[in-house]
Design a protein around this ligand. Sequence first.
Ligand code: AMP
Ligand code: MG
Length: 316
Amino acid sequence: MPRSDTPILPADADGMDRAAHILREGGLVALPTETVYGLGADARNDHAVARIFEAKDRPAFNPLIVHVADIASARHLVHWTRVADRLAQAFWPGPLSLVLPLKAGHGLSPLVTADLPTLAIRIPAHAVARALLARFDGPIAAPSANPSGRISPTTVTHVIAGLSGRIDAIIDGGGCTVGLESTIIGLKPQPVLLRPGGVSAETIETALGAPLARPESTDRITAPGQILSHYAPEAPVRLNATHKTAGEVLLGFGPVEADLNLSPGGDLAEAAANLFGHLHRLDATGRPIAVSPIPQTGLGRAINDRLRRAAAPRPT
Ligand code: AMP
Ligand code: MG
């Protein structure tokens, strides 16, 4: 692990106590979740939440997802619905965020929601994230623990590379098993797919017994999670490449000759778990990155969403 200017805490009882203490004091703690490493702060503390935006250089209009320990805690913050309950029963704890209307007296910093009347909320599945939520005993706002717009972090090393010295602690919880951010479903009250992610749209549709609606233009908030360039390596990215051209490195999928392969056997869950780590490694070569075609089904939709944004023209 590279040298870090931010303390690395072990994921044991002492480490968790220190992390919970830092959160109570208004500090920033990077924590492992099953999706990617999150940058956590007390969601009720304006100053702490403002520091998340500062550390990531994240635009203030981009709202944060709030992590809670249980459904009862979620119901204190948002107007709960039957469909929300059905999705929560099926997928929580897990990589699914629900966007629901905020309740009066929610007590959250308005910076969390970028002043929207709705909140994105989830219960993470990672044991370390859950243990921290239990110890802290409050809502934790946590976007990905990386500089805004760059490749998401799935290891402590990625967090150190992006944010060392800008945050108060990093909990070492190993790698992230899902490797993609949560799927975001808006409920107004019909379920709308706002962002593909760690639970496939097909799986959600099966649980609901009905198709998910596509977002209307009015559902789209102007946020980097939904605008084009995001998750971007330093190097240019070329998609749907059947082979590499001179100077490129190839990120493969399936039975192809590649510099790194997301899943030689063509398994989309394995590819999702490898996506950001492989992009970090190929980016370190300093060469342009070509990427094999990925099927647009199941988790492939979320992988392609991230790759499209990684390949998009960068803001100047
Ligand atoms: P992340 O950047 O992965 O932390 O995810 C945050 C993303 O969640 C934002 O960029 C939005 O796309 C989405 N989001 C968060 N809160 C809301 C909300 N209240 N309404 C709609 N989308 C939201
Ligand atoms: Mg992010």
